[in-house]
Write a protein that binds this ligand. Sequence first.
Ligand code: PLP
Length: 242
Amino acid sequence: MNHIVNNILQIRSRIKEAALNTNRDPEEIKLLLATKTVTAENIKIALESGERLIGENKAQEIKSKYDALKDTPHQKHFIGHLQTNKIKELLRYDVTCIQSIDRLDLAEKLQLRLEFEKKEMDVFIQVNTSNEKSKFGIAPEKAIELTKQVSEFSNIHIKGLMTIGLFSAEEKKVRVCFKRLKDLHQQITILDLPKVEMKELSMGMSHDLEFAIEEGTTIVRIGTAIFGKRLYSDIYYWNENK
Ligand SMILES: *Cc1c(COP(=O)(O)O)cnc(C)c1O
Protein backbone atom coordinates (compact mmCIF):
# COMPACT_ATOMS: atom_id res chain seq x y z
CA MET A 1 0.00 0.00 0.00
CA ASN A 2 1.14 3.55 -0.71
CA HIS A 3 2.67 5.11 2.41
CA ILE A 4 0.36 8.14 2.26
CA VAL A 5 -2.73 5.95 2.19
CA ASN A 6 -1.30 3.87 5.00
CA ASN A 7 -0.58 7.00 7.07
CA ILE A 8 -4.14 8.20 6.56
CA LEU A 9 -5.46 4.89 7.87
CA GLN A 10 -3.27 5.30 10.95
CA ILE A 11 -4.49 8.86 11.52
CA ARG A 12 -8.09 7.71 11.09
CA SER A 13 -7.52 5.08 13.74
CA ARG A 14 -5.89 7.60 16.11
CA ILE A 15 -8.93 9.86 15.63
CA LYS A 16 -11.29 6.99 16.30
CA GLU A 17 -9.49 5.84 19.41
CA ALA A 18 -9.25 9.34 20.89
CA ALA A 19 -12.92 9.97 20.15
CA LEU A 20 -14.06 6.73 21.74
CA ASN A 21 -11.88 7.47 24.79
CA THR A 22 -13.98 10.56 25.45
CA ASN A 23 -17.30 9.09 24.37
CA ARG A 24 -17.39 11.11 21.19
CA ASP A 25 -18.63 9.91 17.84
CA PRO A 26 -15.57 9.66 15.54
CA GLU A 27 -17.82 10.71 12.67
CA GLU A 28 -18.19 14.20 14.11
CA ILE A 29 -14.44 14.87 13.71
CA LYS A 30 -13.32 15.97 10.26
CA LEU A 31 -9.86 15.33 8.92
CA LEU A 32 -8.27 18.22 7.03
CA LEU A 33 -5.10 17.37 5.14
CA ALA A 34 -2.56 20.16 5.65
CA THR A 35 -0.92 20.10 2.24
CA LYS A 36 1.69 22.88 2.30
CA THR A 37 4.78 21.81 0.29
CA VAL A 38 3.02 18.58 -0.76
CA THR A 39 2.95 17.94 -4.51
CA ALA A 40 -0.35 17.83 -6.38
CA GLU A 41 0.45 14.23 -7.23
CA ASN A 42 0.67 13.21 -3.58
CA ILE A 43 -2.43 15.21 -2.67
CA LYS A 44 -4.27 13.35 -5.39
CA ILE A 45 -3.26 10.00 -3.90
CA ALA A 46 -4.76 11.12 -0.58
CA LEU A 47 -7.96 12.41 -2.18
CA GLU A 48 -8.40 9.27 -4.25
CA SER A 49 -8.20 7.18 -1.08
CA GLY A 50 -11.42 8.88 0.03
CA GLU A 51 -10.36 12.13 1.68
CA ARG A 52 -12.22 15.31 0.76
CA LEU A 53 -10.78 18.25 2.67
CA ILE A 54 -7.43 19.97 2.23
CA GLY A 55 -5.91 23.10 3.74
CA GLU A 56 -3.26 25.30 2.12
CA ASN A 57 -1.15 28.10 3.61
CA LYS A 58 -0.09 30.04 0.54
CA ALA A 59 -2.10 31.50 -2.33
CA GLN A 60 0.83 30.73 -4.61
CA GLU A 61 0.66 27.01 -3.83
CA ILE A 62 -3.08 26.89 -4.36
CA LYS A 63 -2.56 28.44 -7.74
CA SER A 64 0.27 26.15 -8.81
CA LYS A 65 -1.61 22.95 -7.85
CA TYR A 66 -4.99 24.09 -9.11
CA ASP A 67 -5.02 22.57 -12.59
CA ALA A 68 -3.67 19.22 -11.45
CA LEU A 69 -6.39 18.89 -8.77
CA LYS A 70 -9.42 20.50 -10.35
CA ASP A 71 -10.95 17.25 -11.61
CA THR A 72 -10.52 15.43 -8.30
CA PRO A 73 -13.46 16.18 -5.96
CA HIS A 74 -12.36 18.03 -2.82
CA GLN A 75 -12.87 21.13 -0.72
CA LYS A 76 -10.14 23.62 -0.01
CA HIS A 77 -9.71 25.69 3.12
CA PHE A 78 -7.12 28.40 3.61
CA ILE A 79 -5.24 27.94 6.89
CA GLY A 80 -2.22 30.25 6.51
CA HIS A 81 -1.54 33.84 7.37
CA LEU A 82 -3.46 35.91 4.85
CA GLN A 83 -2.15 39.13 3.39
CA THR A 84 -4.85 41.38 2.02
CA ASN A 85 -3.29 41.46 -1.45
CA LYS A 86 -3.83 37.69 -1.75
CA ILE A 87 -7.60 37.73 -1.21
CA LYS A 88 -8.36 37.92 -4.92
CA GLU A 89 -6.33 34.78 -5.60
CA LEU A 90 -8.15 32.79 -2.96
CA LEU A 91 -11.48 33.69 -4.53
CA ARG A 92 -10.22 32.79 -7.99
CA TYR A 93 -9.11 29.30 -6.95
CA ASP A 94 -12.24 28.10 -5.18
CA VAL A 95 -11.29 28.31 -1.52
CA THR A 96 -14.50 27.53 0.41
CA CYS A 97 -13.41 28.63 3.87
CA ILE A 98 -10.75 30.95 5.25
CA GLN A 99 -9.81 29.64 8.69
CA SER A 100 -7.38 32.43 9.48
CA ILE A 101 -9.37 35.66 9.87
CA ASP A 102 -7.52 37.41 12.67
CA ARG A 103 -7.97 41.14 12.15
CA LEU A 104 -10.65 43.59 11.18
CA ASP A 105 -8.93 45.18 8.20
CA LEU A 106 -8.53 41.76 6.58
CA ALA A 107 -12.25 41.07 6.98
CA GLU A 108 -13.07 44.52 5.63
CA LYS A 109 -11.03 43.94 2.49
CA LEU A 110 -12.50 40.47 2.09
CA GLN A 111 -16.02 41.87 2.34
CA LEU A 112 -15.29 44.51 -0.32
CA ARG A 113 -13.90 41.93 -2.72
CA LEU A 114 -16.77 39.49 -2.09
CA GLU A 115 -19.29 42.24 -2.73
CA PHE A 116 -17.53 43.20 -5.93
CA GLU A 117 -17.47 39.61 -7.18
CA LYS A 118 -20.96 38.82 -5.81
CA LYS A 119 -19.60 35.91 -3.80
CA GLU A 120 -19.88 34.68 -0.21
CA MET A 121 -17.26 33.12 2.04
CA ASP A 122 -17.23 30.96 5.16
CA VAL A 123 -14.59 31.90 7.70
CA PHE A 124 -13.25 30.93 11.10
CA ILE A 125 -11.77 33.42 13.52
CA GLN A 126 -8.17 32.45 14.32
CA VAL A 127 -7.23 32.89 17.96
CA ASN A 128 -3.68 32.99 19.31
CA THR A 129 -4.41 30.80 22.33
CA SER A 130 -0.74 30.30 23.21
CA ASN A 131 -0.01 34.05 23.27
CA GLU A 132 3.23 33.42 21.38
CA LYS A 133 4.51 36.35 19.36
CA SER A 134 5.48 34.05 16.52
CA LYS A 135 1.92 32.94 15.93
CA PHE A 136 -0.88 34.74 14.20
CA GLY A 137 -4.38 35.02 15.52
CA ILE A 138 -6.33 37.51 17.57
CA ALA A 139 -5.62 37.62 21.31
CA PRO A 140 -8.20 35.56 23.23
CA GLU A 141 -9.47 38.59 25.14
CA LYS A 142 -10.22 40.38 21.86
CA ALA A 143 -11.73 37.44 20.01
CA ILE A 144 -15.34 38.06 20.95
CA GLU A 145 -15.20 41.67 19.85
CA LEU A 146 -13.62 40.72 16.52
CA THR A 147 -16.28 38.06 16.01
CA LYS A 148 -19.02 40.65 16.56
CA GLN A 149 -17.40 43.08 14.13
CA VAL A 150 -16.81 40.50 11.41
CA SER A 151 -20.36 39.18 11.78
CA GLU A 152 -21.63 42.54 10.51
CA PHE A 153 -20.18 41.90 7.05
CA SER A 154 -23.01 40.55 4.94
CA ASN A 155 -21.00 38.34 2.57
CA ILE A 156 -18.87 36.73 5.28
CA HIS A 157 -20.25 33.82 7.30
CA ILE A 158 -18.53 32.90 10.55
CA LYS A 159 -18.64 29.15 11.09
CA GLY A 160 -16.21 28.60 13.93
CA LEU A 161 -12.84 29.20 15.53
CA MET A 162 -9.32 28.03 14.75
CA THR A 163 -6.10 27.86 16.74
CA ILE A 164 -2.59 26.44 16.65
CA GLY A 165 -1.77 24.98 20.05
CA LEU A 166 1.45 25.67 21.90
CA PHE A 167 4.36 23.50 20.73
CA SER A 168 5.30 21.95 23.99
CA ALA A 169 6.03 18.55 25.41
CA GLU A 170 3.97 19.56 28.42
CA GLU A 171 0.52 18.17 27.90
CA LYS A 172 -1.10 20.55 30.35
CA LYS A 173 0.14 23.65 28.55
CA VAL A 174 -1.08 22.36 25.21
CA ARG A 175 -4.48 21.52 26.64
CA VAL A 176 -4.83 25.01 28.12
CA CYS A 177 -4.76 26.38 24.55
CA PHE A 178 -7.49 24.04 23.39
CA LYS A 179 -9.59 24.69 26.49
CA ARG A 180 -9.29 28.42 25.81
CA LEU A 181 -10.65 28.00 22.29
CA LYS A 182 -13.47 25.75 23.44
CA ASP A 183 -14.34 28.24 26.14
CA LEU A 184 -14.52 31.11 23.64
CA HIS A 185 -16.60 28.90 21.37
CA GLN A 186 -19.11 28.42 24.18
CA GLN A 187 -19.16 32.09 25.12
CA ILE A 188 -19.83 33.09 21.53
CA THR A 189 -22.49 30.42 21.11
CA ILE A 190 -24.35 31.80 24.12
CA LEU A 191 -24.28 35.33 22.65
CA ASP A 192 -26.36 33.95 19.77
CA LEU A 193 -25.07 36.60 17.37
CA PRO A 194 -27.05 37.05 14.15
CA LYS A 195 -25.47 35.09 11.27
CA VAL A 196 -22.76 33.56 13.45
CA GLU A 197 -22.78 29.76 13.51
CA MET A 198 -20.36 28.29 15.99
CA LYS A 199 -20.32 24.89 14.30
CA GLU A 200 -16.63 24.16 14.06
CA LEU A 201 -13.59 24.13 16.30
CA SER A 202 -10.45 23.71 14.21
CA MET A 203 -7.62 22.57 16.47
CA GLY A 204 -5.19 19.69 16.71
CA MET A 205 -2.24 18.75 14.47
CA SER A 206 -0.05 15.68 13.97
CA HIS A 207 1.51 15.79 17.43
CA ASP A 208 -1.46 16.88 19.54
CA LEU A 209 -4.62 15.63 17.84
CA GLU A 210 -5.57 13.38 20.79
CA PHE A 211 -5.61 16.31 23.22
CA ALA A 212 -7.62 18.40 20.75
CA ILE A 213 -10.19 15.65 20.31
CA GLU A 214 -10.53 15.24 24.05
CA GLU A 215 -11.02 19.01 24.37
CA GLY A 216 -13.75 19.10 21.76
CA THR A 217 -12.27 19.75 18.31
CA THR A 218 -14.37 19.14 15.19
CA ILE A 219 -11.57 19.55 12.61
CA VAL A 220 -8.02 18.25 13.01
CA ARG A 221 -5.44 19.57 10.54
CA ILE A 222 -2.81 16.96 9.78
CA GLY A 223 0.28 17.34 7.61
CA THR A 224 3.49 15.68 8.79
CA ALA A 225 1.93 12.45 10.04
CA ILE A 226 0.45 11.86 6.59
CA PHE A 227 2.88 13.35 4.10
CA GLY A 228 6.13 13.23 6.06
CA LYS A 229 8.49 15.94 7.27
CA ARG A 230 8.55 19.22 5.40
CA LEU A 231 11.67 20.82 3.97
CA TYR A 232 10.85 24.26 5.31
CA SER A 233 10.20 25.04 8.93
CA ASP A 234 6.69 26.18 9.76
CA ILE A 235 8.05 29.60 10.61
CA TYR A 236 8.55 30.06 6.89
CA TYR A 237 4.86 29.45 6.41
CA TRP A 238 3.69 31.48 9.34
CA ASN A 239 5.90 34.43 8.61
CA GLU A 240 4.42 37.72 7.52
CA ASN A 241 6.97 38.54 4.86
CA LYS A 242 7.32 35.29 2.99
C1 PLP B 1 1.19 22.90 8.73
C2 PLP B 1 -0.03 23.19 9.50
C3 PLP B 1 -0.75 22.17 10.12
C4 PLP B 1 -0.32 20.71 10.13
O1 PLP B 1 0.76 20.54 10.99
P1 PLP B 1 1.48 19.10 11.17
O2 PLP B 1 2.25 19.26 12.42
O3 PLP B 1 2.35 18.92 9.97
O4 PLP B 1 0.41 18.09 11.25
C5 PLP B 1 -1.91 22.52 10.80
N1 PLP B 1 -2.34 23.80 10.87
C6 PLP B 1 -1.67 24.80 10.26
C7 PLP B 1 -2.19 26.19 10.37
C8 PLP B 1 -0.49 24.53 9.58
O5 PLP B 1 0.17 25.55 9.00
